[in-house]
Structure formats: structure tokens, C-alpha cells
Write a protein of this length. Structure first.
Length: 653
């Protein structure tokens, strides 16, 4: 290896890997006023389809961050599986859910997902810097001022690409490849506050900082095929086939009319060249007696299943692993890319707060605390799903043999994890960000902190108690990125005058229109004046402070009032404007204390565990920037607002 020249540069955040995870991280940081550099070894987006399921939770995140439109235009919604066991057909609604606006999975090849996110990177101000490969990285302490930073060595081939001739063609391998001899490179030293490693299962970063990748490589060898086929099977949705040979074959429709096939090939030697004839023989045996003809080959490879998780997601709280660099598992359930995108979403808003001086760096420790258990659960679930279809162990072979005669057994078996496939059930435990109230009783599990924020129908309340004709969803108010949303549930506004107050049946103080207006204005003003992007840089290291985007101050706090219409109240209570004490909020802008009516029997109150009774005390719920619940307190009076203020004082600086 010959080095032609070497330069030194600085940037607040360096991101290695411009796949979906790295691109998502770059988009979020750039939008939050944090310049970053996104490097990628490959010169073009991989033409291979790779992952292709965007689940409901990921679609919610795309909506919240304003990225959803291009995905909906290019993707194909799928909610059902076509299952054929011993040629007996059944339809399984494995991707349907009843709690999200997105009650399906969106099928879109990873190459298209990557292209959309790469384009959005450039629109946001961060261009993918292609041809650069990360070679080494370490955390360095400045000898002058004692501050830490990350020093990373990257290189780019002066002729051709950094691709090595020795690289394995078997997907799923995790070994670190040797350097390519005889090439000339330019090298660069990049100094950054933080490094995000989104460089895949073979992560160079993970190797260089010596983080073990704990787990196993499964005994199974799987074939991945893409191309054109002709068959009598219906292939418009996901198709799962288990034939008389007890071999499982999964078929996925692609947007170009081709299909992806994943089939057990354990009897083949992956060291031998894989031929189209060998694949065709396996596929036709699994499909028998149904016709299955292979016409063309666009991609054909072996695939080894690794189930591994990094022993730590960070190194010295400066270098962070995300996506496949932190965890790899079976493709069953289509969780991998979604898991990585959600990693990036969780990490970047915390990192932006620290870089802007709004939070102590210790907040970054919650990244692993939250994402580690989620990945562990996903690995377990995908392992169970994969074993059901592909394991060579006797128990699973017997199960597959049994279900070839009784499809209901198969449906019953996979129905257990099906509700988690959408990833809507992912939650975080209590930590420094997810705080339970010290004095009030812990609510039931669905309403606890750490849960995903629930959605539901609302309607704007106007002057005199009139309601807007346009219905909206709560999630449409939770725009981002980087914003805290404070939901104030106050059915009392419809029945309590400014002169009369009291307590509800549980002894919680009831507020009123006048008092609530004062608290909304007081705390929104205080929080925004103290904590807004662009107001502080006290945690920045060295000259990196001058690299922050020179954007205007960006508020991060938004308040939304939600009133209930319990069926216990008479219709006249809401037809008489004199009994609707809400005019103080009629002219408020979105996020400034605007009032919304909880539609359809107060379903939003119900989903947040707030009893919508007449003259009820209500509650205040803090939704974090990644739309998980951070804090909740019963009541909406002065004491409740003080509790919320103390919560923010504890997590921000």
C-alpha cells in the first residue's frame, strides 16, 4: 500500500457508512443544526435489493420527521402472507395492526430506501462522501486542555475503488478483510466529537475499538435468489411454501416484476460454486406439485445466518455502533433495517442536545440502555421464526412435518410474535430519560413511560366551543425532529369556571381555563428561553464550536391541549358556548397551547390512561423527540407543571 498524501480535517460528527442507517443519522443531525460528514466506501448505491420491509413503527418515524412521502409513492403496502403447506393454501394477516395509521408493512427494496435517504441527505446539506474507507479510529485526549475527541484515519484509492479481490461472496460473514496490496491511496485524519459506526456486520470500527460481537453463526446455509419465475402460486404478497420434501421457501415480490427467493440449502456445500441448476432443483422440489419455473437470474448467492450483538454499543461515550454494526440476526420478520433506522433515530436527537450544550453527555448512555434490550428481543424473535422454517434440528423438522397436514397449527405458532413484527410494541424501561412520578402510583403497563406515543383522532376547538370540520391525528402534531411535545389532557376546561376549582375523586387538584393559560404561557416561555437549539455551545470541544450550523434559534418545546367529550355529559353542555371555557386557546398556534377535542368516545384519553370524567383533573404527558413517553403526571394544575419542570431540569442542562 502506498500513500500519496495526507490531510487533517474537523467535523462535529463523522458517520461511517451511507446505507439507510448512516443516511438517517446524517439527515437527523443536519436538520438539528449539527454538521456531519458521511463517508461511504462504495462508489454507488448497491443495486442489490437486500432488505425490503419497512414496518409500521419505521413508517411512523418517517412521518414524524417529514420523510414519508417518497416512501409511500415508491413502496407497496403488504399486510398478509400467502401460506402453502403441502399445497394447502391459507392467508395469514401477519402484518396487520390496529394501533397505527400504518396498518401494514411497506415493501421497498433497500437500494431504493438508500437512494431516497441519500437524496434527502443532500437536500438537508450533507453530501455522501463516496470512495472513503475507515481504516482506524480512537479516542484521544488533547494534551493542552484535556478535552476528548475522536481521531479517525480514512483513505481513498487513487485508482479504482477500495473493494478487495479477497472479499467473501457469502452474505452474512463477519470477518475483517485484509488490505489490498499494490494500490495507491490518499489518507485523511478526521477529528470529531463523535463517530457513528453504521458500517455493517463486518464493522471496522467495532474491530478497531475491540468490542466483542457476541453470538453464533447458525448451521444452516440459505440460498438467496432474485430473478424472473413463472409459477401457479399467487405471488402478489409474501408467499411461504413448505413442500412434501419438508423444505421451506419464502418468496417476496419486487417492484421490477422479479421475485426474491430464500430457500434452505443445508445439503449444499457453500465452498462449492453455486449454480442456477442447483437452486432450480431445490425450488422445484419445495414447490412440488405446483409448477415453478426459473427464467432468469439477477442475483444468486449463499447466505449464512449470524445471530450476534455487540457487547457494548459505545466506546468511551464517543464512538457509537448502530444498525448491523451493533446487531445482526436472521432476516425472518424483516426487522434488521428497521432496527437500525430506529437506532439512528434514538441516538441523534440525544447527540444533538449534547453538541448544542443542552444536555450532559451522560444522556448518551441511554442509547445502549434503550436500544440494547430491543435488539436482544428482536434477535430472539427472528431466531424463533427462522428456526420454524429452516432449522435442521429434529424438533423443528417434526413440527414442519405436522403442519403440512394442519395449516392451523402453523398459523397458531407464528401468531404469538406477529404482533411484535410491526415493532409498535418496542418500549424502553425506566432510566434518566424515562422517569416515573415519585409520589403518584405507577399506571398500568400500556400507559407507562418508555412506551411509544399512541395515536388517535382529534379535532381543533375554536372560539365558543365550536369544532373544526377537519379531523387530524395526534401523531400529526408530533412533528420533529428534536422536539419535545407536552400533551395536556384537560377535560375540566369544558365544565370548570375560573371562579370554581376543587379536586377530582382521587384528590388530584383541578385547574381551570385562566390558570391553565397562565401555566402554558409561563412554562413555554421559560423552557424556550433556557433550552433552544443555537443558544449554547458549552459542551463543544475545541474549535468544533465554530462548525455548528449558523441557523436561527430553534424551539424544542411544543404544548398541545386535549379535551375530552365524555358520554356522561349532556349534549347541551357542549351546545351552549357559555359552558365551554376554552376561548383562551382558540387563537393559539399549533404547539403554542392550541386546544383539541378528543374524538370518538375520548379514545386518546383512554390510550394514555387518563379518565375523561366531567371536571376531571386530567394529566400532563411528555413525549420525547423520538415519540416515546418520557414522563407523566396526573393533574394539569400548578403542582403538575412544577413536576414537569423538574423533569426537564433533570435531563437538560
Amino acid at each position: 500500500m502506498t500513500t500519496e498524501r495526507q490531510t487533517v480535517s474537523e467535523v462535529p460528527v463523522l458517520i461511517s457508512g451511507a446505507g439507510p442507517v448512516g443516511a438517517m443519522a446524517a439527515i437527523m443531525l443536519t436538520r438539528l443544526g449539527v454538521p456531519c460528514r458521511l463517508i461511504e466506501r462504495d462508489m454507488i448505491v448497491s443495486p442489490l435489493s437486500k432488505a425490503f420491509s419497512l414496518h409500521a413503527r419505521t413508517l411512523e418515524i418517517f412521518e414524524q420527521t417529514g420523510l414519508i412521502d417518497q416512501f409511500l409513492v415508491q413502496g407497496h403496502p403488504i399486510s398478509h402472507f400467502d401460506v402453502y403447506f403441502n399445497n394447502v393454501h391459507s392467508v395469514f394477516p401477519g402484518l396487520v395492526n390496529s394501533i397505527s395509521h400504518f396498518n401494514y408493512a411497506l415493501f421497498l427494496e433497500q437500494r431504493k430506501t438508500t437512494a431516497i435517504l441519500n437524496d434527502e441527505c443532500e437536500k438537508s446539506g450533507t453530501k455522501v462522501d463516496r470512495g472513503w474507507e475507515l481504516m482506524d479510529t480512537k479516542v484521544v485526549v488533547d494534551g493542552k486542555d484535556g478535552k476528548e475527541y475522536v481521531e479517525t484515519t480514512i483513505r481513498r484509492a487513487l485508482d479504482g475503488t477500495n473493494k478487495r479481490t479477497t472479499e467473501s461472496s457469502v452474505l452474512g460473514t463477519v470477518e475483517l478483510e485484509a488490505d489490498e496490496a499494490g494500490k495507491q491511496y490518499e489518507t485523511e485524519i478526521v477529528r470529531s466529537q463523535y463517530l457513528i459506526a453504521a458500517d455493517g456486520g463486518k464493522s471496522v470500527v467495532r474491530h478497531k475499538v475491540n468490542i466483542p460481537f457476541v453470538g453464533q453463526t447458525l448451521e444452516n446455509t440459505v440460498i438467496l435468489y432474485e430473478g424472473l419465475v413463472e409459477t401457479d402460486f399467487k405471488l402478489s404478497d409474501i408467499t411461504v411454501i413448505n413442500g412434501s420434501n419438508n423444505k421451506t421457501m419464502n418468496i417476496f415480490p419486487l417492484s421490477n416484476g422479479q421475485v426474491r427467493v430464500m430457500i434452505d440449502a443445508s445439503e449444499l456445500d457453500p465452498k462449492q460454486e453455486l449454480t442456477l441448476e442447483a437452486f432450480t432443483k431445490l425450488a422445484q422440489a419445495a414447490a412440488y406439485p405446483t409448477r415453478f419455473e426459473v427464467k432468469t437470474q439477477a442475483w444468486l448467492t449463499y447466505y449464512k445466518i449470524n445471530e450476534r450483538q455487540a457487547a457494548s454499543y459505545s466506546h468511551k461515550n464517543r464512538i457509537f455502533l448502530a444498525g448491523d454494526a451493533a446487531h445482526v440476526h436472521s432476516p425472518a420478520g424483516g426487522q434488521g433495517m428497521n432496527l437500525g433506522l430506529q437506532d439512528a433515530h434514538n441516538l441523534t436527537w440525544k447527540m444533538a442536545l449534547v453538541i448544542h450544550g443542552l444536555a450532559d453527555p451522560k444522556i448518551l448512555e441511554t442509547y445502549e440502555q434503550e436500544r440494547g434490550p430491543v435488539a436482544k428481543a428482536v434477535i430472539k424473535m427472528s431466531s424463533n421464526l427462522f428456526a420454524m422454517g429452516f432449522s435442521n434440528k429434529l424438533a423443528y423438522r417434526i413440527i414442519r412435518k405436522i403442519v403440512t397436514t394442519s395449516i392451523s397449527i402453523f398459523v397458531g405458532f407464528i401468531a404469538v410474535p406477529a404482533g411484535t413484527v410491526s415493532m409498535l410494541a418496542n418500549r424502553y424501561e425506566a432510566n434518566s430519560l424515562n422517569q416515573t412520578h415519585k409520589a403518584q402510583p405507577t399506571p398500568k403497563e400500556p400507559y407507562q413511560v418508555g412506551q411509544r406515543a399512541h395515536d388517535g383522532p382529534l379535532r381543533r376547538v375554536l372560539a365558543g366551543g365550536r369544532k373544526s370540520e377537519n379531523e387530524i391525528r395526534l401523531h400529526q402534531l408530533l412533528y420533529g425532529p428534536g422536539n419535545f411535545h407536552i400533551l395536556v389532557f384537560t377535560s375540566d376546561l369544558l365544565s370548570v369556571t375560573s371562579a370554581s376549582k376543587g379536586k377530582d375523586a382521587n384528590g388530584t387538584p383541578i385547574t381551570n381555563e385562566h390558570e391553565l393559560k397562565e401555566n402554558v404561557q409561563k412554562y413555554l416561555s421559560q423552557w424556550r428561553s433556557k433550552w433552544s437549539y443555537g443558544t449554547s455551545t458549552k459542551h463543544l470541544a475545541g474549535s468544533n464550536a465554530s462548525l455548528l450550523s449558523s441557523t436561527k434559534t430553534k424551539p424544542i418545546f411544543h404544548i398541545h391541549l386535549i379535551a375530552a367529550l365524555p358520554e356522561t355529559l349532556s349534549a347541551t353542555d357542549f351546545k351552549d358556548p357559555s359552558k365551554i371555557h376554552a376561548d383562551s386557546f382558540a387563537d393559539k398556534a399549533v404547539g403554542e397551547g392550541a386546544l383539541y377535542q378528543d374524538e370518538k368516545a375520548a379514545i386518546v384519553h383512554e390510550r394514555y390512561g387518563v379518565t375523561p370524567v366531567k371536571a376531571g383533573a386530567g394529566a400532563i404527558v411528555v413525549v420525547r423527540p423520538d415519540t416515546h413517553l418520557g414522563y407523566r403526571v396526573l393533574g394539569a394544575g400548578p403542582e403538575a407543571w412544577k413536576d414537569v419542570d423538574q423533569y426537564f431540569q433533570s435531563i437538560l442542562s
